[in-house]
Design a binder for this molecule. Structure first.
Ligand code: GLA
Length: 382
């Protein structure tokens, strides 16, 4: 699929502009555990996958820049000195935001054309947005020799999301998409922005994603609300971020915060611990322990942090009824998208069938099943 995408954007670029483009592939990501901990300076455990965005980019001498989203058959034309965020929810903001944030760093860009296409289902919680942002910043860095490091580039992508898209996201998605390593997951410390790579070989088990194919609309505002609740509790505790707080610290402010916010901070502290314990479980090859942590993560996300939804809870409940699924949880920001399941290989077919049937019966719509390979981060393609 990746090769097809690349071939396609290359052909479309040649057809439209008659020149040879630079080609970039930028992946989406999964996250094994550590959800909503990144903007609390905590730990996450993501990996880049073999689904992503393929982009073709080259300089333009026409005095304007253009971006074309093949999947939406939509084009924009823009002037580099007159950038503004577009309507909320539009794909243009990911491209324009990156261009604007590069310029904010006093880097000089020339006009360019970019054509892109992807195979990450939108709303799946697999970070198609970070993949797109990274493909743009990576392509522009190459094209105009900007001298940006990978770290600079992901910070630019993140700022684009904050200032143009309007989501105050953490650094997990952009990091995983840029720094991903084949067959590895990255235990990332979101404070130092440094990671340790863990080879992932679950032997007779594997990861399986199930997409609810829903995305409830309150997700962006709910995300920003969660983030500010966490920041206000950290401030109350006199620490830089919740990553610095212990369960005992949190008890000292219990009567100063709402019960709902207390639960949210409790979740973050517990989830951060779970991410660290998950790395230990992996080191020990203890998949049962890893699975229990994954289920624990879902319970916290659903009952304490309140970012799950009926469809996600249903899929996790189905997993729990199957002894061959060691762990399952919602993945990403929440309110829809995928669950990630750690399942015995021999059981995948039967579970895929039974869960699909049950989901269809319960919600009158189909879920989708994906198997992914852990892959390299954003890179040039020849
Ligand atoms: C979204 C954000 C990430 C992270 C996750 C939740 O994917 O972009 O920064 O906060 O939600 O873990």
């Amino acid at each position: 699929m990746k090769d097809e995408l690349i071939k396609d954007v290359k052909a479309r670029y040649r057809e439209a502009f008659g020149t040879e483009p630079l080609l970039i592939f930028s992946p989406g990501r999964i996250n094994i555990i550590g959800e909503h901990t990144d903007y609390n300076d905590g730990f996450v455990f993501p990996a880049a996958v073999d689904k992503g965005i393929a982009a073709a980019i080259q300089k333009s001498d026409t005095g304007v820049s253009t971006a074309h989203a093949l999947d939406m058959d939509s084009t924009i034309e823009f002037q580099l000195d007159n950038l503004k965020p577009q309507a909320e929810g539009s794909w243009e903001n990911y491209v324009l935001g990156v261009v604007a944030e590069i310029q904010n760093r006093n880097k000089v860009l020339g006009n360019f054309n970019i054509i892109f296409r992807g195979d990450i289902p939108s709303g799946a919680g697999m970070s198609s947005s970070a993949a797109l942002e990274n493909s743009v910043v990576f392509g522009l860095n190459e094209l105009f020799d900007l001298g940006l490091s990978k770290l600079d580039m992901i910070l630019i992508s993140q700022k684009a999301e904050h200032n143009y898209v309007g989501v105050k996201c953490g650094i997990m998605d952009q990091y995983a998409s840029m720094f991903g390593k084949k067959n590895h997951a990255l235990l990332l410390d979101c404070r130092t922005v440094k990671s340790k790579a863990y080879e992932i070989d679950f032997k007779d088990h594997q990861l399986m994603l199930i997409n609810t194919n829903v995305k409830h609309s309150l997700s962006d505002s709910a995300y920003n609300d969660r983030r500010s609740a966490c920041e206000s509790i950290a401030e109350l505790l006199g620490v830089k971020a919740l990553r610095d707080a212990t369960l005992i610290d949190l008890e000292t402010v219990k009567d100063k915060v709402t019960p709902a916010n207390y639960q949210k901070a409790l979740y973050v502290i517990q989830e951060n611990n779970r991410a660290i314990m998950a790395a230990k479980a992996l080191e020990d090859g203890d998949l049962d322990a890893l699975g229990k942590l994954i289920y624990g993560s879902h319970d916290g996300l659903s009952k304490q942090y309140k970012v799950s939804c009926e469809e996600l809870d249903f899929l996790v409940a189905q997993a729990r009824m199957n002894k061959q699924v060691l762990g399952a949880r919602m993945m990403g920001g929440g309110f829809g998208g995928c669950t990630i399941n750690l399942i015995e290989k021999s059981a995948t077919k039967a579970f895929a069938e039974s869960v699909s049937e049950a989901y269809l019966k319960a919600f009158g719509k189909a879920c989708s099943i994906y198997f992914i390979a852990l892959s390299e981060g954003t890179h040039l393609v020849n």
